[in-house]
Design a protein around this ligand. Sequence first.
Ligand code: FMN
Length: 159
Amino acid sequence: MRTIVAFYSRTGTTKKVAEAIAEKIGADIEEIKDTVVRSGAMGYLRSGRDAMKKRLTKIEPVKLAADHYDLVIIGTPIWGWNISSPARAYITEQKDKFKKVAFFCTMGGSGDKRAFPEMEKIIGRKPEVTLALRTTDVVKENFSDKVEKFAEKIKGIDL
Ligand SMILES: Cc1cc2nc3c(=O)[nH]c(=O)nc-3n(C[C@H](O)[C@H](O)[C@H](O)COP(=O)(O)O)c2cc1C
């Protein structure tokens, strides 16, 4: 099974999870990179506003062809109870190349229940598996059990 983990991360939390998942299942990694500066207080405000208005952003060209993979695992931080704009841009641009999909997110506390169905709607496919993690658990390295279970479910997907 050829698998890719495509993720966006503003401050490294989602990246940490993406790398752990990719290592567990032997997947390739595509880091979604934004062309918009999102650092600092202004970047934070802009990001929240963009996400809540469901805006797209201009991301850098992808490095890996999603249609080469049987499964695309998409990771995003939650912004304003929504998908981050760069992850939204990636799935909007690439969705026609996806076969099976799985989703994960990191968040302070909530938003996955709104963001995952939105991702499903944009892509037009149900995720095989989903995983939502709290930022504090990722920072404290308290997430390996959940990644392990997620990876086991991924390995069990019938392709
Ligand atoms: C603009 C913005 C809005 C956010 N909105 C939410 C939210 O609605 N719910 C939540 O639980 N966390 C929210 N967060 C927290 C992030 O989802 C969380 O810190 C995440 O782990 C960051 O991932 P990253 O380090 O990969 O960028 C928000 C963070 C930012 C920057």
